[in-house]
Every structure is written in structure tokens, then in C-alpha cells.
Design a protein. Structure first.
Length: 392
């Protein structure tokens, strides 16, 4: 007789939705990784700010063996005294409604997996009081890092410490984020590092012996953190040294148009290509395979999943010494430089154009499979679920 799979409820502050199909994509992938070992349902509530909707819209679907319930509701567009309490109350109301609906159509959930603090964990904590359901927290938010410094407010900090203390375990994707949270007093006896997951069956290398002259950047085009403008200035410097390369910029986001215009102002039309957003992973994987390396020039990060994807495709990485990146990238996997140092970036790109093929593609691939695959990450979460002792 086979043992019945656990029923896990994922609740996330960020998740891919119709207004932004890339938001919280790493959470969706974690849910898919867990679905190899458990039955997973995702509950996500999203406020619609820019246009009024008369009543909440519920969208239920199943994607890669994960049931997903998205609830869209009319959110407040203005901030005023007390608005945060109203927003939080709205959010929690829709989570409770969604939970009751999911609970009716499935067998009883055994554990709640909270993603992104703090409101999601308030919901899980209330649920624990009412039903006894244990919960764990996975945090991705970089707000605890000194460079961002957006984890503020006495009430927020008191509530966050409370829900963290009541959790069965805490997981983060980097040691760097763990340390930052602990500096804010967010301690737990079960505090684990579990990395972002990628589909290593899609992100695969090509071992054809060719030397590409394409540098690849993949991001959400948010210049404050990703510093794409700095990457373009370094590319302009590189164009004064050589003219046999291309920088391919993949993605879309709030600063896309601004970055495109800035590239034109720097007269980089002959060197820079903008692809826009590439949603299909198969097409994105081909971009990695056609490049010589991935280039990230971030001012701050947690752990960008694009680095995992690049390694899985056997491609080395140029990146800055920020967040959890130095925990993964060493001299065998690429080049680390200081943030905002455009001369160092230019030098690193110049080197990679001639020497990227000297990196051991199979070793890069093996590292990614051993650490970031669906089976490996899902197995890590299952062990933690079992430690927490889900409700019977």
C-alpha cells in the first residue's frame, strides 16, 4: 500500500498573474518542485489598483500538477492614515475565502507553506490558531539587506517576529539573506538554505565547439537594482576596444523604455539587441546556449535565478559581489566584480569574449543539476515538512 501524499497549501505574496506573468515566478517553481512529492494547491490574492472591478474575480487552473487559485479584487489606490490596515484586512479576507473554497474541493490540508512575509504569515498564524495547521515560511524579499533598508515600522517588526517564532521552520535562498534577517531579530531553531529551482531538463547545454561573441543579460528591467544603465556604459567602453560582439538584453519591466532610449543616446545600436520578454523557457534556454556568458551588474540582489539557468546551460557568469551571488559564483564558474565598477565590468566582458569557452561547461551543468533541479529542491522541502510534523 503506497503512502498517501501530503496536501500542502502554498500561500504567496508574489506569484505570476495576468498583470505580470514574471512576478514571483521562483515561488511557482518551488511549488512545482514540491509537487513531485506532495499534492500542492496555491492560493494567491492580488489587488487591482489601476482599474475598478465591481466584484472579485476568481481564476482556478492546474499547471504542471499544481492547483492554482488566483483572486483579483479592487484595491485601494491611495495611501492615507489607516489605509495599510484596510489593505491588510482586504487581503486577509480574500485569503480566508479562497482557503475555505479550496478546502471544500480537496482533502484536508496538512501544512501551509507561506512565501514572502508578513501578511501571508499572519493568515497562516490565524489558521494555526483555528485549525492547528502548522506552517513554514520561505522568504525571498531583499528588504532586510542593509543596502535596501526597507524593513521598517515598529508594528511590522513586532508582528513579523511573532509569526516567525510560531512557524515550524524558515527557509531562504541564500546565507546572506538569513544573516540579514537574523540581524533584525528574526531567529529560528530551524533556519534552512534552499536555493531557487530551475527546470534542468529545459536549461541544457550545447556542447558544440563554437566561440560565441554574444553577451547575455536577463532581468526584470528595474534599473535601481539591476543597474542596466551601468552595463550599457561599460558596453560603450568595450565598443571602443573591439567591435566583434553583441550584448543581448532579455526581459521587460518598468524601466524598459528608459533603458532602450539610453542605449540609443549612447549610440549602441550596432552592439545592443533588445528582445523584450521571453516567456517560453525553451526559447530563453536557447538564448543562453547562443551566448558566451551571462552578465549581471546588480547594485543589490538576493539570488537571481538567471544565474542558476546560465550554469545549467553550461555558461559562465559575470556578476557583482552582492547578496548571495558569491555563495555560488567562484573562479571556476565566472568572474565576480564590485558593484558600480564599470571599468572592471568592461574588463571582465572583454576577457569573457575570448576565454568563455575555456570554462568547463559540463562541470557548470553538473553543479546546477546537483543543487537547483526540481527533484533536489523538492526533496529538501519534503524533509523539512516531515520535520515539522504535518497535522494528521
Amino acid at each position: 500500500m503506497t503512502e498517501e501524499k501530503l496536501r500542502i497549501l502554498f500561500v504567496s505574496r508574489w506569484y505570476p498573474h495576468k498583470e505580470d506573468p514574471m512576478e514571483g515566478l521562483f515561488v511557482q517553481r518551488h511549488a512545482q518542485a514540491v509537487s513531485n512529492y506532495a499534492n500542492v494547491s496555491v492560493l494567491y490574492a492580488h489587488p487591482i489598483i489601476n482599474k475598478k472591478i465591481l466584484s472579485p474575480r476568481w481564476e482556478f487552473s492546474t499547471f504542471r500538477d499544481v492547483d492554482e487559485l488566483r483572486i483579483y479584487y479592487s484595491g485601494l489606490s491611495r495611501n492615507f492614515p489607516g489605509s495599510q490596515i484596510i489593505k491588510a484586512s482586504q487581503y486577509l479576507f480574500h485569503l480566508i475565502a479562497g482557503y475555505l473554497w479550496l478546502q471544500k474541493r480537496t482533502k484536508r490540508f496538512k501544512l501551509v507553506h507561506v512565501n514572502i512575509l508578513t501578511r501571508t504569515a499572519i493568515f497562516a498564524s490565524v489558521l494555526k490558531n483555528l485549525t492547528g495547521l502548522p506552517y513554514l515560511i520561505t522568504e525571498h524579499w531583499s528588504r532586510y539587506l542593509p543596502i535596501t533598508n526597507t524593513y521598517r515600522g515598529i508594528l511590522r517588526k513586532i508582528v513579523t517576529r511573532y509569526v516567525v517564532r510560531r512557524a515550524g521552520a524558515i527557509t531562504v535562498v541564500t546565507e546572506n539573506l538569513k544573516n540579514a534577517m537574523q540581524r533584525h531579530g528574526l531567529h529560528h531553531k530551524r533556519f534552512y538554505i534552499i536555493p531557487n529551482v530551475i527546470d534542468t531538463n529545459i536549461f541544457t547545454p550545447t556542447f558544440l565547439n563554437h566561440s560565441s561573441k554574444k553577451l547575455l543579460h536577463v532581468s526584470c528591467f528595474e534599473d535601481k537594482s539591476k543597474n542596466i544603465s551601468g552595463l550599457l556604459r561599460a558596453t560603450q567602453k568595450l565598443s571602443h576596444l573591439r567591435n566583434d560582439f553583441e550584448l543581448v538584453l532579455v526581459g521587460d519591466g518598468q524601466d524598459f523604455q528608459k533603458i532602450k532610449e539610453y542605449s540609443q543616446n549612447l549610440h549602441l545600436e550596432a552592439y545592443v539587441t533588445f528582445t523584450g520578454l521571453i516567456e517560453k523557457e525553451e526559447k530563453l534556454a536557447e538564448c543562453y546556449r547562443q551566448s558566451c556568458c551571462l552578465v549581471m551588474f546588480s547594485n543589490y540582489e538576493n539570488m537571481p535565478v538567471v544565474i542558476n539557468e546560465s550554469l545549467a546551460c553550461g555558461k559562465p557568469v559575470i556578476a557583482t559581489r552582492v547578496g548571495g551571488i558569491p555563495e555560488i559564483i567562484d573562479s571556476a564558474k565566472g568572474i565576480l566584480i564590485d558593484p558600480k565598477n564599470e571599468d572592471s565590468l568592461c574588463e571582465a566582458m572583454n576577457y569573457m569574449l575570448d576565454h568563455a569557452s575555456e570554462y568547463d561547461s559540463q562541470a557548470l551543468r553538473n553543479y546546477a543539476v546537483e543543487n537547483f533541479s526540481f527533484s533536489k529542491v523538492g526533496e529538501c522541502f519534503l524533509k523539512i515538512y516531515q520535520e515539522i510534523k504535518p497535522i494528521q
